[in-house]
Every structure is written in C-alpha cells, then in structure tokens.
Ligand binder design. Structure first.
Ligand code: G3I
Length: 338
C-alpha cells in the first residue's frame, strides 16, 4: 500500500491498482488481507451486473453491488462499477419481447440511472457498456458496423436464432447520456472490451465507437474511458509499445485508458512460464503507469483457484495457497521503480 502511495505522489493522482471481489468468494480472510495490503481498488466480479441488480423490470437490488463497495471501503480501497450494459448475465426478463424503442427510451435509461445513482458518486469509473464490438470486424468499419458485427442482442443481425432489435447506436447513446447525468463529476464512463489494445481492427472499432459517443451522445472526452480487459496468455498479448501507442491516442483526445480485467493464462499451468508471465504483467503495468491518462489497473481474480479461468490456468497473481507468484513480485518491483 505504501508503494502505491509513493506512486500516487509521483503520478500526481491515485493509482487505482486492484482486483475483483464478490461476497460469495471463498476465503474472505485471504481477500481481506491481500486487499488491505497489496491492492487499493475493488471491482465486483459479478455483483453489479444486470442479472444481480434488476432481477425484475423496474426493481433495483443493489445488495450485492453495495456489499462489494462496502468491502472496498472497509479495506480503505476505492471502487469501480462493472457494468451497466452487457449482452451476457442479463436478467431473465431480457430481451424478452421488448421493442427497440422501449429498450432505448425506457429500459436502458431506467437501469443505468438506478444503478449509477444507487451506487453513489464516489465510483471511480463505470463500464457503461461491455463488449459491444464484434470479433469479426475489419479496419475502416463505421462505429455502427463495428457494433452490428457483434451478433448478440440488441444489434445482432439475423443469425437464424433471432433478429436485430436495434439498428443504430441509440442504445449506446442512451446508456452514456444517462450515465453522465447520474455519475459523479470525477467518474469516468467507459466502453470496455477484450482482445484490444494494439493496432488491431477491434481496437480501431472501439475508438470509432468512442468517437461516436462523443459526437452523437455529446459526452466530453474528458469523461470518457476505454477499458482494455486484457484476458491474455503467455502466447497472446499486446506489446508494451503497442499498448502505450494506443493509450497515447486516447490521451491526445483527452480520454482515459484503463486495464480492467488482466489475467495471463499459462499454456499448461507449468511454473516454467511463470517468469514469462511476470514479465508480461510488468509490461502491462508499465504501459499504464507511464501513461498520463491511465490510473486504473485491475487484475481479474486475485488467486488461481478463485479465477474464472480455473486453477490450472494459473492466470492470477497469487497461487492457490495464497502465495505471491513471480508476477506479484515483478509488479511490486515495477511499482517501486516508478
Ligand atoms: O450465482 C450463481 C449461483 O447461484 C449458481 O449456483 C452458480 C452455478 O450455476 O452460478 C452462479 O453464477 C455464476 C457467476 O459467475 C457467479 O459465480 C455463473 O454461472 C457464471 O457464468 C459467472 O461467470 C462469470 C462470467 O463473467 C459470466 O460471463 C465469471 O465469474 C466472471 O469472472 C466473468 O467475468 C467476465 C466479465 O464480467 C466481462 N469480461 C469477461 C469476463 C470473463 O468472462
């Protein structure tokens, strides 16, 4: 923690370095100890998602989300919100038989308002929309083409199982204009996605959607952020220089970059790759540390056996016995060196 305070003094702002927590995570004592000593930032792994926070239409249930925020406060940590819109983990009543205009004019504004207003203005950032850009995109696509390429509701093209609900980006604009209205003045509003960060077409699409949100929802760039989830492996990751170049593009716009869900899967869970994993972790951290516009860095799940990847992926900073791995030591060293 003291290292993070020294980083903040040199960076000129708090460096929010954290991980996920859900109240039903096993081993609360490990999590309390590691969050009070090693991390200073918390995100709910599942507790703030639509299925948890609006179980029936119009009813707000922030119990789980607020419990994670309380855990953060109890451990002297800050809290970020994930997420107010995603095609996955939606409540059973979605998408149901709602119409596009009902989704855009009522369902989304109401959900975003109730969650962001309910969680308060101290939230450092919200993933306002999560994973709305397709995986089959190509350079030069428009923001709308990028999103329609996703092939999940509400903009999926007819793929035999269902048809397009919304044929424009109004659902994105509704989410962001509502978020801007109810979030704290210092809260960054993020578009969050995976397999991004380099000079790839998906990153170009994320930047195109960001520009659309700025231009057509009127959200100022100094409130906008891009969350690079960074679920990577020792054989598939973005170089520090490519990440830094992407962060610089956002800085030039006045927008924020953040690493939101880092885990680094090992090919077969062998320790032989742990030093490689450590080097990559350090490079992702440096790309954010040395960027003027990156102050949130989240590691997805703190311990291998708690990881959504499963224990054998060995993709987190601490092993299943709670011991720091080489990556944890590398991260500490990079923070101290900053
Ligand atoms: O809460 C229920 C529990 O009541 C039930 O008994 C149990 C068994 O069915 O399931 C529990 O829900 C699970 C939930 O995690 C909470 O543990 C869901 O089945 C399971 O699908 C869900 O997985 C989460 C996944 O998102 C869902 O898509 C992972 O924990 C979570 O790490 C993962 O996180 C996502 C980010 O939100 C977005 N980016 C990708 C990342 C990895 O998929």
């Amino acid at each position: 923690r003291s290292t993070l305070q020294q980083v903040a003094a040199r960076k000129g702002s708090t460096f929010h370095f954290g991980s996920t927590y859900d109240t039903y995570d096993s081993d609360a004592s490990f999590l309390s100890s590691v969050f009070s000593t090693y991390f200073n930032h918390v995100v709910a792994e599942n507790g703030c998602k639509w299925d948890a926070t609006e179980p029936t239409r119009g009813t707000s249930d922030l119990t789980e989300c607020q419990a994670v925020q309380s855990f953060a406060t109890k451990n002297g940590a800050t809290f970020r919100g994930h997420n107010t819109f995603w095609h996955s983990q939606t409540p059973s009543w979605l998408p149901g038989s709602i119409t596009a205009s009902d989704l855009v004019n009522n369902v989304i504004p109401q959900h975003v308002q109730q969650e962001i207003q309910g969680m308060g203005t101290s939230v450092t950032s919200w993933d306002v929309v999560n994973e709305i850009v397709g995986d089959g995109v190509s350079n030069g696509m428009s923001a709308l083409q990028c999103v329609q390429n996703k092939k999940v509701w509400p903009t999926q093209t007819s793929d035999g199982s269902s048809t397009t609900l919304v044929t424009d980006l109004s659902f994105v604009h509704a989410a962001f204009t509502t978020a801007l209205k109810y979030a704290g003045n210092d809260t960054r509003l993020a578009i969050n996605d995976y397999n991004t960060g380099g000079s790839d077409a998906k990153t170009a699409c994320v930047l195109a959607v960001l520009a659309d949100i700025n231009a057509n929802a009127g959200i100022p760039y100094n409130r906008l952020a891009v969350g690079f989830q960074s679920h990577i492996s020792t054989s598939s990751f973005i170089s520090k220089s490519a990440l830094s170049a992407t962060f610089a593009k956002l800085a030039a716009l006045g927008a924020t970059a953040m690493i939101t869900e880092l885990d680094i899967q090992l090919p077969s869970g062998t320790s032989a790759y742990e030093r490689y994993q450590a080097a990559i972790w350090g490079d992702y951290l440096d790309a954010c540390l040395y960027a003027s516009n990156c102050n949130e860095f989240i590691n997805w799940d703190a311990r291998d056996d708690l990881s959504w990847l499963g224990t054998s992926a060995a993709g987190t900073l601490f092993d299943s016995s709670g011991n720091p791995k080489p990556a944890a030591y590398e991260v500490a060293a990079r923070l101290q060196r900053y």
